[in-house]
Ligand binder design. Structure first.
Ligand SMILES: C[S@@+](CC[C@H](N)C(=O)[O-])C[C@H]1O[C@@H](n2cnc3c(N)ncnc32)[C@H](O)[C@@H]1O
Length: 266
């Protein structure tokens, strides 16, 4: 594990941090540097955005806490955990503490996750990609991907890797936005992008609502995502739409015990 920088600053000013980050991006700064003693402004703005996000706080987190309270998994992997906001709050709602593994390619977000984890939380933070977790050859009772899948350039490969990490009877829990909103926000009345979405994926430029930073987004129909997970020995247990404007989906799949194929009759 890398040494995590101290992030000492009180972040009551994080709303203005988000604004600062937005302005920095508008001025064409490609990289937000780490401020001494503060961690990354971008990571702070992200975490502040999560704290104020009704989709996470009123929809995903209560649902996740309920699922984990019922299932009581020993191990949970959060892929693309960001600053660890969701696992941090979910863990605080549980009457036990699963072993969390958080992985994210963004080192500064993981530093903040480490800094802000609650004392009782059992958490291993890994700076890296899902491929680094696959290389560890461990399995998990729950693999979570909240708002991560469609920000990778190969969501279907990520689905294959994530389902391959499940322990027997494990759950893969996916949070995704309703991508039609993103497509229509770009196209307006245009016809080309909706057609592309119907037939595959659409690469969209998207602006992060918390940090103001531009990032690539690969819009894919939720139905395509579901069928991809189902093809990896999983069944769909839960499919819910939520958020103040129904802007997100929560999908819960369960790994089925692999059944040996029948011995052919002589
Ligand atoms: C939109 S954020 C979601 C963060 C968190 N799951 C949440 O919902 O608050 C997506 C995160 O995925 C991370 N990410 C993207 N590709 C990744 C990969 N291949 N492996 C691990 N993390 C990745 C990004 O750095 C980013 O922090």
């Amino acid at each position: 594990m890398p040494g995590f920088a101290r992030v000492d600053a009180a972040v009551s000013c994080a709303a203005s941090i988000a604004e600062t980050v937005r302005v920095m991006h508008l001025e064409g700064m490609e990289q937000i540097t780490t401020m001494p003693g503060m961690g990354s402004l971008e990571a702070l703005a992200w975490d502040e955005g999560c704290q104020n996000d009704p989709v996470r706080n009123e929809f995903l987190i209560p649902k996740l806490a309920k699922i984990l309270a019922t299932e009581r998994p020993a191990t949970v992997l959060d892929v693309g955990a960001g600053t660890g906001y969701i696992p941090r709050i979910v863990d605080s709602h549980l009457d036990y503490h699963p072993q969390w593994t958080l992985v994210d390619t963004n080192a500064e977000r993981m530093e903040l996750a480490e800094k802000r984890k609650l004392p009782a939380m059992k958490m291993l933070g890994v700076v890296g990609s899902l491929d680094d977790i696959v290389a560890r050859s461990e399995t998990y009772n729950v693999v979570m991907l909240t708002f991560t899948l469609l920000e990778t350039d190969n969501p279907l490969s990520m689905v294959a890797s994530a389902t391959g990490l499940l322990a027997e009877n494990g759950l893969v829990i996916i949070g995704v936005p309703d991508v039609w909103r993103d497509v229509l926000a770009v196209t307006g009345a245009g016809q080309v992008l909706p057609y592309q979405l119907l037939t595959g994926t659409v690469d969209l430029p998207k602006i992060d609502k918390f940090t103001g930073a531009a990032y690539p987004f690969y819009a894919m129909r939720t139905e395509s995502l579901i069928s991809a997970v189902l093809s990896h020995f999983c069944v769909l247990e839960k499919f819910e739409r939520g958020g103040p404007r129904g802007e997100a989906y929560l999908l819960v799949f369960r790994q089925q015990r692999r059944v040996r194929s029948a011995t052919p009759r002589a």
